[in-house]
Design a protein around this ligand. Structure first.
Ligand code: CO
Length: 161
């Protein structure tokens, strides 16, 4: 496993839309290595979420720190959201030393492929819901600073994602 450099804003690579990944590609050893490298990178950076475009790879792959450990989700798409929004403080490995409040759906249901190609459906709330929404935004070239208010250089309640 290799730690990869994380791109920092401003960088046009962070603004590109990432492409879907076929199951055949997911199962390929190169893609499995990419997943392991991203997990290594996220851990080394003390992150709790990471999206492939943050290391310059424009494929729809995210890593989320789940209660059971880091998990890879490929082609994640939000299929259901709670009407209720919650405000929480976010930071991002691609926007160092900036924190801000973002309103997100309290709960989301996501369908994605796992690293073995299977399709899973996850309903998440709380921090995990925030991580999914933040990382899926990365796949569409959206950064949390596009949505955040009360930006700060000091406040920090969560790890960057
Ligand atoms: Co981020």
């Amino acid at each position: 496993m290799t730690r990869k450099p994380v791109l920092h804003n401003p960088n046009k690579e962070l603004r590109e839309k990432s492409r879907e990944v076929e199951v055949e590609e997911i199962l390929h050893s190169d893609f499995q290595l990419l997943i392991d490298d991203m997990m290594e990178t996220m851990k080394a950076e003390n992150g709790i979420g990471l999206a492939a475009p943050q290391i310059g790879i424009h494929k729809r792959l995210i890593i989320v720190e789940m209660p059971t450990g880091p998990k890879a989700y490929i082609n994640p798409r939000i299929v259901k959201t709670s009407a209720r929004l919650v405000e929480s403080e976010e930071g991002c490995l691609s926007v160092p030393n900036v924190w801000g409040l973002v309103k997100r759906h309290k709960r989301v249901t996501v369908i994605a492929n796992t690293r073995d190609g299977a399709e899973v459906k996850i309903t998440a709330s709380g921090l995990i819901s925030v991580i999914f929404q933040h990382e899926i935004d990365h796949l569409d070239g959206i950064l949390f600073i596009d949505k955040a208010y009360k930006l700060s250089k000091t406040a920090q309640t969560n790890n960057p994602i």
